[in-house]
Write a new protein. Structure first.
Length: 256
């Protein structure tokens, strides 16, 4: 019995030693594994945070690029609109200047005839050569002004040759496309008639024959009516372009 008890004691001691030794070996091993797992988990979490941060940065960069694109597109459209407005304003200005020039050149020719007639009626002689040079220059200015109007599709048939050209070629197409044509043959005829009559008056000298004076007054009245018709058309066209025009009745001075 004593031997059995000793044996059991020995077995218990050996078992305790084995358990103690196992604890000494497996305890640090398990702790190391747990710590490694925790480090791995922390590493995975850190990587996920970095990926999330990268996604946020990429999303922010994408939004920034989209914003910059929208800004650039808005600036491009604004620049294109400014260019269109500038081109439209330039075209309107060109049309306005040409319309005003047609009005001013016919007025200058008209005033020349009125002033000449006024001088003759007051008994003052007029140099025929000087008058001829002045009215030829006035006619040239009117012709130039009317010809320039063709750039905008505005045609003013102040001569038979121009009327013939209107019916064919690019001039006809321009008129059809723009629909801004006006036939001022009456004005051209009135200017010519009044000018030739005034030439006769200048050559007749003073005192001016009453029949010639009466004829001159009649042609000047016809010219005034023709110019008023052109003036009304020009005012209407300028109004369509948004240009305010102060309309003044043309009196004996031919101002208008």
């Amino acid at each position: 019995m004593a031997d059995a008890a000793a044996l059991y004691g020995l077995i218990g001691a050996v078992g305790g030693a084995v358990v103690g030794a196992g604890g000494a070996v497996f305890g640090p091993l398990l702790l190391h594994r747990r710590q490694a797992a925790e480090r791995q988990e922390a590493l995975l979490q850190q990587e996920e945070r970095e990926r999330a941060q990268q996604r946020r940065e990429e999303d922010l960069q994408r939004r920034q690029q989209q914003f910059e694109f929208r800004v650039a597109e808005a600036e491009r459209r604004a620049a294109a609109e400014r260019e269109r407005v500038a081109e439209r304003n330039a075209r309107q200005l060109a049309v306005t200047e040409r319309l005003i020039r047609m009005r001013s050149t016919t007025r200058a020719w008209h005033l020349l005839l009125l002033d000449t007639f006024g001088e003759l009626r007051r008994g003052r002689s007029v140099d025929a050569e000087a008058f001829s040079e002045e009215w030829h220059a006035a006619r040239g200015a009117v012709d130039d002004a009317f010809d320039e109007a063709l750039h905008d599709g505005l045609w003013f048939a102040h001569a038979g040759s121009a009327r013939m050209l209107i019916g064919r070629g690019s001039m006809g197409r321009a008129v059809s496309a723009n629909d801004h044509g006006i036939d001022v043959t009456t004005l051209g005829a009135a200017l010519s008639s009044a000018t030739y009559t005034m030439t006769d008056c200048v050559e007749a000298g003073c005192p001016l024959p009453e029949d010639l004076a009466a004829q001159a007054e009649t042609t000047l009245l016809h010219l005034n009516a023709a110019r008023e018709s052109l003036g009304a058309y020009i005012v209407g066209r300028l109004a369509a372009l948004g240009v305010e025009v102060e309309h003044r009745q043309e009196g004996n001075e031919g101002d208008g």
